[in-house]
Design a protein around this ligand. Structure first.
Ligand code: C5P
Length: 312
């Protein structure tokens, strides 16, 4: 009797990066509930890895997760990766019969867009699995519908974001910047941080948050000048995040005392990003955070990093 080995199910793996907002300028809440942004994103080399495996017809969608904070991640239709697979399947008229496995390399609910990276990676993975023939622009439009940060996770590198943060223009950046992140076990809700921003900024928020003030930052990026970049880091959501998490003030202070070139809350927080002179200096800042008990976990990395990409 001959035994035929079953053919392995087709499977693809995709990596997509987390991000830090080098500058985040937030305007007044609009009628649709969103705030107009002018932001400069940088992708960092902390990656989400999504494996998409074809399953038998009718088996439907499943999600499994691993990583240090896997228990914090939902595995149902509230997961952005789930919504990404469904949205793509609907767009191209196939059934979403796929098993998604998420390996988390970005702090969860930390203001670093790990969930958005999962969605971006899922779009690229399912696009390859189902051979949809969609263009990168088509994927980007789907990405923008899923969340404001999803298009940037597709694009990666360094980019200016306007609109809800989803309209992107690549920005010039020379060299490599060394980052270290202080993550907290308990995340912050992005809508809650925007809500506190509304309370704090009230009628003073600009209708149109310009990038005019970021000339020095853009110049530092072009020159590969880490000192200049450190001084120019800016986040309009930082007062709101600090008001919800006063202890982050100390996390910022410890980084400054350890000689960080700049320290800022990442996106809506609570992760704090510090820019270091070198990889060794990043490790020293991380050690200070750990010694002072100012972070639940520390992550050393660099930027810019590539956008969502298929792995061989
Ligand atoms: O687009 P996304 O789903 O990531 O946004 C999450 C929440 O963050 C929104 O529901 C909104 O409360 C807030 N947000 C905002 N203005 C933006 C982006 C997000 O108010 N430009």
């Amino acid at each position: 009797m001959t035994h035929l080995a079953a053919a392995p199910s087709p499977s693809v793996r995709v990596r997509a990066p987390g991000k830090v907002n080098l500058s985040l300028r937030v305007g007044a809440r609009q009628a649709d509930g969103y705030h107009p942004l002018s932001t400069i994103f940088q992708a960092v080399a902390l990656y989400e890895e999504v494996t998409a495996t074809q399953v038998p017809e009718g088996a439907g969608l499943t999600i499994t997760v691993d990583g240090p904070q896997a228990d914090l991640v939902p595995v149902d239709g509230t997961n952005l990766a789930w919504r990404a697979a469904e949205a793509l399947a609907t767009q191209v008229g196939v059934a979403p019969d796929v098993a998604l496995h998420l390996a988390k390399g970005v702090p969860v609910a930390g203001g670093m867009a790990g969930g958005s990276a999962d969605a971006a990676a899922t779009l690229v993975a399912c696009d390859a699995l189902w051979q949809t023939g969609l263009s990168r622009d088509d994927l980007s439009a789907l990405a923008a519908d899923l969340g404001s940060d999803v298009p940037f996770a597709l694009l990666g590198h360094t980019a200016v974001g306007t609109g809800r943060g989803h309209l992107l223009t690549p920005a010039m950046a020379r060299g490599e910047f060394h980052w270290v992140f202080a993550a907290q076990a308990e995340g912050l809700s992005t809508p809650a941080v925007y809500g506190r921003f509304d309370e704090l900024a009230g009628p003073d928020a600009d209708d149109d948050p310009g990038l005019a003030e970021d000339t020095a930052l853009m110049q530092a990026l072009r020159a590969g000048d880490a000192h200049g970049l450190g001084q120019a880091l800016h986040n309009d959501l930082q007062p709101a995040a600090l008001s919800l998490r006063p202890e982050l003030e100390r996390t910022l202070g410890v980084a400054t005392d350890a000689g960080a070139l700049g320290a800022v809350v990442s996106g809506s927080g609570p992760t704090v990003a510090a820019l270091a002179r070198s990889r060794q200096h990043a490790l020293a800042i991380a050690a200070s955070w750990t010694a002072e008990g100012a972070a639940d976990s520390v992550w050393c990395t660099s930027g810019p990093a590539h956008g969502a990409r298929l792995l061989p």
